[in-house]
Ligand binder design. Structure first.
Ligand code: GLP
Length: 260
């Protein structure tokens, strides 16, 4: 796991965009794992800017969403498919049908989850998975207690996550209780995991993810056993890291040929 501590969200978005732009230059048909939430919005804005500047094309790429609410109407603005369409897809050149997500409106949820897993495998697996982290250490919507080997399935949100996400709705009551999420096993199958986290509300979860035990109590700690993980943090999100000095020194002295 490589931990990179930067000064602000703009630097984080720029570095994350560098990684994605480079991947698409090398592999134009790369499969991207797309996360929702505030943390990744800056990355998408930066990718749109670079697309407009002619630096990147998504024309041959595929995108798979991490998660989705269950029960929101197909045209609900907070449905994650709508969010990704608004924040990235409609402003770049993905082909029609190239971006998909778990179907939270399906009558047969179990079948929808299995078929989502099959679609990801049929696409060749995810090359780069963008991730945020919840204040309780969740990734995707894998709340504490999630099996480290889990696949796409239905989960029940904790009250903390519902209240954290209430800012996107009119009230906490409107936040769905149930969600579909790629499992921790699904996420771990991606070839490169790129996490972005900013602000003091994430400091404890980041500390537990990077320096705590690998445990379902902190689902993001599963990243410790993945061979290629980059964690991009601002100073506030890194504030509780015991080895912050070492991570800074390592990044500052990184050989120029070595990319994330
Ligand atoms: C949400 C999403 C996650 C996201 C996390 C943090 O509930 N399901 O994918 O990483 O919680 O969200 P934010 O970036 O808004 O803090």
């Amino acid at each position: 796991m490589e931990v990179v501590i930067l000064s602000n969200g703009e630097q984080i978005a720029a570095l994350a965009a560098d990684v994605i732009v480079r991947l698409l230059a090398q592999e134009p048909d790369a499969v991207l794992g797309l996360a929702t939430g505030s943390s990744t919005l800056g990355v998408y804005a930066e990718l749109i800017r670079r697309f407009r500047d002619g630096e990147v094309s998504f024309a041959r790429a595929r995108g798979f969403l991490l998660d989705e609410y269950v029960g929101l109407a197909a045209d609900h603005p907070q449905r994650y498919r709508s969010v990704i369409r608004r924040e990235l897809k409609e402003s770049v050149d993905f082909s029609p049908g190239a971006v998909t997500g778990p179907d939270g409106t399906a009558d047969d949820i179990r079948a929808a989850c299995s078929s989502y897993e099959e679609t990801i495998v049929a696409a060749g697996g995810v090359d780069l998975q963008l991730l945020g982290i919840g204040a309780d250490g969740h990734i995707g919507f894998n709340e504490p207690g999630s099996s480290l080997a889990s696949r796409t399935r239905i989960k029940t949100l904790t009250e903390q996550t519902r209240s954290d996400n209430a800012r996107f709705f009119r009230s906490t009551d409107e936040v769905p209780r149930h969600v579909l999420t790629q499992g921790l096993g699904t996420i771990s199958a991606a070839r490169h995991l790129l996490m972005v986290a900013t602000g003091p509300a994430k400091a404890d979860a980041v500390h537990r993810m990077v320096e705590g035990p690998v445990s379902a109590a902190c689902p993001a700690s599963v990243l410790q056993v993945h061979p290629h993980v980059s964690v991009l943090l601002d100073d506030a999100a890194a504030a509780r890291l015991e080895l912050a000095g070492y991570y800074r020194e390592t990044y500052a002295g990184k050989p120029s040929w070595q990319t994330l």
